[in-house]
Design a protein around this ligand. Structure first.
Ligand SMILES: CC(C)(COP(=O)(O)OP(=O)(O)OC[C@H]1O[C@@H](n2cnc3c(N)ncnc32)[C@H](O)[C@@H]1OP(=O)(O)O)[C@@H](O)C(=O)NCCC(=O)NCCS
Length: 217
């Protein structure tokens, strides 16, 4: 087996800390100074919204290099219906292993598993420039907006059951676990090696620009 081959498997308890470490490495200073995603990963596994069967890690050789986690969310329909959907994130790849197809492999594998498990659709917030290659399109195409009723360029959707989203225009509501307790996240970060927050980075500016791309639904 090639040393560089990407191997995917379910996350196991002995991976937990390493996955939190790699999540911190992937997100640190990427979107904001520092990051809280490693804390999110830490609390997500105990959340009722967590979808354990899709929690997947990527290894290259013996080393953990990536992870994807899913939660259950809902589309609150304009007709007062409620459609259960999936959401993924954090999705993390160690910086030294980015650009080698690890993130793509994690998305493709879990997307297929989610379809087999009978889930309706995946809704995510992320950079459209990355996710369109996996078949995600603007949620707006289906008349789906944010919880606070806006169309946002970062909100993207992928149907796992053909036609399901077109029949459910409404608002996408994420699990409450995404409302991060910032103080708890900062306290948790102290259990990791110190790392300096930085601001004004190009990736942070792009993120801020993407966040502005929203309008009332
Ligand atoms: C986003 C991420 C998971 C992608 O993983 P990866 O293993 O590097 O991705 P892949 O190797 O499958 O794909 C790499 C391609 O995606 C592109 N890409 C990665 N992130 C991108 C982004 N935000 N916008 C546009 N393109 C992006 C790369 O430029 C590369 O393009 P190419 O194939 O044309 O060369 C990884 O970069 C990461 O961990 N980033 C930090 C955390 C993060 O942003 N997570 C996602 C938000 S929840």
């Amino acid at each position: 087996m090639s040393e560089n081959r990407i191997h995917l498997r379910p996350e196991e308890p002995q991976d937990y800390r390493a996955v939190e470490e790699l999540t911190r490495e992937a997100f640190w200073n990427r979107y904001v100074p520092g990051c809280t995603e490693h804390y999110l990963v830490h609390v997500l596994r105990d959340s009722e919204a967590f979808v354990k069967e899709l929690d997947t890690v990527a290894l290259v050789g013996d080393g953990l290099v990536g992870n994807i986690m899913y939660t259950r969310g809902r589309i609150l329909g304009d007709d007062r219906s409620e459609l259960p959907v999936l959401c993924f994130g954090p999705l993390s790849v160690l910086p030294a292993f980015q650009g080698r197809g690890v993130g793509g492999a994690l998305i493709e594998r879990t997307k297929e598993q989610a379809a087999v498990l009978g889930y309706n659709a995946i809704l995510i917030y992320g950079d459209p420039a990355y996710y369109e290659r996996f078949g995600f399109i603007p949620a707006e195409t289906f008349g789906i907006g944010t919880a606070d009723d806006c169309y946002a360029d970062t909100l993207q959707a992928l149907e796992l059951r053909a036609g399901i989203l077109s029949r459910h225009p409404g608002r996408f509501v994420e699990a409450p676990i995404f409302d991060i307790d910032q103080e708890a996240a900062m306290a948790f970060d102290k259990s990791f090696a110190p790392k300096a927050p930085q601001d004004g980075l190009p990736s942070q500016k792009r993120f801020q620009a993407l966040l502005q791309m929203r309008r009332p639904r």
